[in-house]
Write a protein that binds this ligand. Structure first.
Ligand code: BGC
Length: 249
């Protein structure tokens, strides 16, 4: 068992993960993301999660964050407090939680889990995982190998940062119908397809539970499928990454 924690815009969720089965070993705990969502406030919230599972799981921790992570530093931050930008987040969290922390991008974590246990299993070529939430996260895999920190949710489409029109956060804020939102998704996925020629798109994020409302409205060359692990993918991928590092693999 390894603890995985997923920091999101509205909730911070964690659970010990059974890495052989790719599922939660115990029910997850969710605490609201503090406002403002500074590193210290988020660390305190994560402390509650670590405390909750203490004794049952005291090893390394994998933590996802909605930002790229380069050598433990989050160089920029779109949807959490700006004090994360340029911050040595992995060292800080290791100190605060007093456990070895592996910090990685949330979409990369979700993609790692989908490739191992979900919709990307045994898929070669170029697989693009996209997570549709407050923002848009992307993870690229070539023949199963992650190309980390892609930020294709911020690709410019029709003169806009793509996630400001095609994220599910935008759909909710604007009260868009599935059909109207799907037009934005169509522009977004068609642009990705044109530039990268992928073999498969996997669509994750909470809204992927309702995939039958919008995936059939898209007209693409590339097969596009819902994620199988849904909202659990980030936590499972984080735990996989932490274990991988602890094993020196
Ligand atoms: C961030 C990405 C993140 C995505 C999903 C984007 O705004 O820049 O790093 O993966 O949101 O949370």
């Amino acid at each position: 068992m390894t603890l995985g924690i997923d920091i999101g815009g509205s909730g911070i969720k964690g659970a010990p993960v059974d890495l052989d089965r790719g599922e939660f070993a115990l029910p997850r705990l969710r605490v609201p993301t503090p406002q403002p969502s500074t590193p210290s406030a988020c660390a305190r919230a994560m402390g509650e999660i670590v405390e909750h599972f203490a004794g049952r799981d005291d090893g390394p921790i994998g933590i996802t964050i909605p930002a790229p992570v380069i050598d433990g530093v989050t160089p920029s931050m779109a949807n959490l407090d700006q004090t994360w930008a340029g911050f040595a987040a992995e060292d800080f969290l290791t100190g605060q939680l007093r456990r070895p922390v592996t910090l990685l991008n949330d979409a990369d974590a979700a993609g790692i889990a989908e490739m191992r246990f979900g919709a990307g299993r045994d898929r070669g070529g170029l697989v693009i995982m996209t997570t549709l939430g407050t923002g848009i996260g992307t993870a690229l895999f070539h023949n199963g190998v992650l190309i980390p920190n892609s930020e294709l949710g911020h690709m410019e489409v029709d003169g806009h940062d793509a996630e400001t029109r095609a994220s599910s956060g935008y759909r909710e804020r604007e009260g868009l119908s599935w059909k109207k939102w799907a037009r934005h998704l169509q522009r977004y996925y068609a642009a990705l397809e044109r530039l990268l020629c992928p073999d498969l798109f996997i669509v994750g994020g909470g809204v992927s539970k309702k995939h039958e409302r919008f995936l059939p409205l898209l007209d693409l060359r590339t097969p596009i499928v819902p994620a199988r692990l849904r909202n659990e993918a980030g936590i499972i991928g984080a735990a996989l990454a932490a274990r991988h590092r602890a094993d020196g693999a």
